[in-house]
Design a protein around this ligand. Structure first.
Ligand code: PRP
Length: 225
């Protein structure tokens, strides 16, 4: 049945002022396909690639621009340019799925990697890779990770990035759980979160429900063995 409410995916609007959930039909369609258990690794990767620029489009809507004068082949006119230096920070491993499409959208962005996995027993993030240079050179740092579950990984990443000197941080993901959004609101209320879907809850294993399973495993075809 047709749902003609454009913002139907924006669950509980106003509940989480730090969260922007895309209500765009393309995003809602693609995240539905992505979450479907029948979606294989190849299609899963393609859908993550397709979702990334749509989410970045919304996440960068407030970038400041500088007015410039320039010439078309016919005359001088007014234009705009972005002078903001942007860093992309994918959280390994699943964040890698968003990187190439993000660079396509933001070709001058720098890419800094952080490696974290979530301990299966404690559900706490464990950091295993960080080669950030001494000082943050970017005006805006965009963290890329498809999943915001407990929010522990995103919160630790934001802490690391702030200690590094990042002044303006955004998080771009695909699925978010209310628990993770709430943790980020409490730990880092200045970090705006952008997601394709706000799901219902975390289960006892701290998996997002209904969720999409393990994003890293589905992206990289692991998890069968
Ligand atoms: C997943 C996901 C996030 C984290 C989210 O990574 O990609 O990084 O868990 O959970 P949290 O919000 O509770 O911290 P995972 O530990 O599965 O590692 P992977 O990316 O290497 O698969």
């Amino acid at each position: 049945m047709s749902d003609r409410t454009p913002a139907a995916a924006t669950a509980a609007p106003g509940t989480f002022p730090n969260l922007h959930v895309s209500g765009h039909p393309l995003v809602r369609h693609k995240v539905t396909l992505l979450s479907d258990e029948r979606t294989d690794t190849k299609l899963f990767r393609e859908l993550v690639r397709e979702l990334t620029p749509l989410l970045l489009y919304e996440a960068t809507a407030d970038l400041p621009t500088t007015a410039i004068r320039y010439r078309t082949p016919l005359e001088e006119t007014d234009g705009a340019q972005i002078d903001v230096r942007i860093g992309l920070v994918p959280i390994l491993r699943a964040g890698l799925g968003l990187v190439e499409a993000a660079i396509d959208a933001l070709p001058r962005a720098e890419v800094w990697h952080l490696g974290m996995y979530r301990d299966e027993a404690t559900h706490r993030p464990v950091s295993y890779y960080n080669r950030l240079p001494e000082r943050c050179p970017d005006d805006l740092v965009i963290v890329l990770d498809p999943m915001l579950a407990t929010g522990g990984s995103a919160s630790d990443a934001a802490t690391v990035l702030k200690d590094w000197g990042a002044q303006w941080i955004k998080f771009v993901g695909i699925k978010a759980a209310p628990e993770g959004v709430a943790l980020m609101a409490s730990d880092h209320p200045d970090v705006q979160l952008y997601a394709a879907s706000l799901d219902r809850e975390l289960d006892a294993n701290r998996f997002i429900r209904p969720g999409l399973g393990d994003a890293g495993d589905r992206l990289f075809g692991t998890g069968q063995g």
